[in-house]
Design a protein around this ligand. Structure first.
Ligand SMILES: Cc1cc2nc3c(=O)[nH]c(=O)nc-3n(C[C@H](O)[C@H](O)[C@H](O)COP(=O)(O)O)c2cc1C
Length: 159
């Protein structure tokens, strides 16, 4: 069964996680960056995994648009959903459930939060200000939850 991973990433963490995930999946896997290719023909895939990262509570608009434009087709696929985000477990689970279309949330075979990264060298002035103020973090930090990437891969491989 062929799998498509679509994602949007601002500073590269979601891209890195999508690549790590692809290496754990069985069968043919294509990866598409929604910021580069908005139109994607999903008809040939059996499984579609959709991921994005959270900025001030919201996932990238490219992810939301992809889900709404393809909703009818996606409802006929096996679905995996993930986000990259740096809040604590309770908040990121809420962020995951509130940032994807509720119909996709209901039918998803697997949903995971992959953790995230703060990479100060890639942030603009305003982003650094927000992160320092809200998260009290002042230097780059990585908290990618490889166990959760593995869990999502296992769930999708079991289909
Ligand atoms: C300006 C800014 C705002 C952020 N807001 C949130 C947030 O509201 N909730 C959260 O869980 N993480 C937040 N994050 C953390 C990002 O989701 C995290 O850095 C993620 O790994 C980014 O992934 P990307 O590099 O693929 O875009 C924020 C990060 C930045 C720089």
């Amino acid at each position: 069964m062929d799998t498509l991973i679509v994602y949007a990433s601002k500073h590269g963490c979601t891209e890195k996680c999508a690549e790590l995930l692809s290496k754990e999946l069985i069968g043919k896997v294509d990866i598409i960056n929604l910021k580069k290719a908005m139109y994607t023909d999903i008809s040939k895939y059996d499984k579609v995994i959709i991921g994005g990262s959270i900025y001030i509570g919201k996932i990238q608009k490219e992810v939301t648009e992809f889900c709404s434009k393809n909703l009818d087709k996606l409802k006929k696929k096996r679905i995996g959903l993930f986000i990259c985000a740096m809040q604590g477990a309770d908040i990121i689970n809420t962020e995951l459930n509130s940032n994807f279309n509720s119909e996709l949330i209901k039918i998803a075979d697997a949903k995971e939060c992959f953790g995230g990264e703060f990479i100060f060298e890639r942030m603009n002035f305003l982003e650094k200000f927000i992160v320092k103020k809200v998260s009290k973090v002042t230097s780059s930090k990585s908290n990618i939850l490889e166990g959760n990437i593995h869990k999502l891969a296992q769930a999708m491989n079991a289909i």
